[in-house]
Ligand binder design. Sequence first.
Ligand SMILES: [Zn+2]
Ligand SMILES: [Zn+2]
Length: 118
Amino acid sequence: MEWVRCWRVTVEFRDELMSSPRTRRYQREVSTAEEIRALIDRARKHPHFIRHTEESVRVLDGKEPTDCPCGAQYNMIGDPGRGVRRWRPCTCGGHFVYTCQACRLVVVDPSVLFDCHG
Ligand SMILES: [Zn+2]
Ligand SMILES: [Zn+2]
């Protein structure tokens, strides 16, 4: 897996069905400027559209490793006391730390970068 940059688009609408007016919010995560534009173009056509905001966020992309380089499968469920997968918070967003039950090899995913301060 890796951390990828994407955009979190928040669109606000007036909720006309409520007796006291309030806003409804929708959030979508998109990865390209075209997707943002398409999303906002559609939202603007809505009669209750108020506004939109975009913020740059980082999300984890890709598949989780399912087995160790030694061939042993990671046991994701199983015995919680032995927990093969742990979460380590980091300046990059965080890492999963996998510990193989068979060979004790530790795999960090996404990989630790030079500017990581976990
Ligand atoms: Zn192993
Ligand atoms: Zn990191």
